[in-house]
Design a protein around this ligand. Structure first.
Ligand SMILES: [Zn+2]
Length: 196
């Protein structure tokens, strides 16, 4: 029974950690009401516990993806950028954002909406904004994006500026909350912690 008690405590700690993480990423958004807090879900406790237990394993490949983007440019040319996974509200029409008002710049990506094999593509799109220091999809943005695509083995964007909004094309998941509810089968494994 003592062992079971210990297990329960661990679950509480994880739930607390998950809640603290969502508060942490909330502070990094350019405007409020972007982060999904699952307040209406009967699974909120379970979701927070899953985030507390798994978020470092989720953030690890995102850090690797960011590093891969920065390696496409000469050292010293890259701005300081941080990246974090975060669940976005369902009603929002975007999968990632680049906040240029924080230092370092912050990329927030809702990895629940994108298949894991394409997380790098989502990071590439957002990193190009950070590298340019500009949120728009201008010709200059297209040039940075094309450089990243060539360096990372993705098809460069077509010449029309309209296509830049969704480049590189990535595949979406069928169920955007499955990852956060811990039922997407994403392995939880011990890894480094990337947030304070
Ligand atoms: Zn964009």
């Amino acid at each position: 029974m003592a062992f079971l008690g210990g297990e329960a405590l661990t679950g509480c700690d994880r739930e607390h950690q998950g809640r603290a993480y969502l508060q942490f990423v909330e502070q990094l958004t350019p405007e409020p009401q972007i982060i999904e807090t699952f307040a209406q879900s009967h699974e909120q406790t379970k979701i927070y516990a899953w985030i507390g237990a798994s978020i470092d394993a989720i953030n690890h490949p995102l850090q690797m993806a960011l590093a891969a983007c920065q390696q496409c440019f000469p050292a010293g040319e890259c701005p300081e950028v941080a990246v974090y996974a975060a669940p976005f509200k369902d009603s929002l029409g975007f999968d990632g954002l680049c906040n240029l008002w924080t230092h370092p710049f912050t990329l927030l990506v809702d990895v629940g909406r994108v298949v894991p094999e394409d997380w790098l593509k989502l990071i590439v799109h957002e990193y190009a904004h950070a590298h340019l220091g500009h949120p728009g999809h201008s010709q200059d943005y297209g040039a940075v994006l094309a450089h990243l695509c060539l360096g990372l083995g993705f098809r460069p964007p077509p010449s029309s500026l309209d296509s830049l909004h969704h480049w590189p094309n990535y595949r979406r998941t069928d169920d955007i909350t499955a990852l956060w509810r811990g039922i997407a089968g994403y392995p939880s494994r011990p890894t480094l912690r990337f947030w304070p």
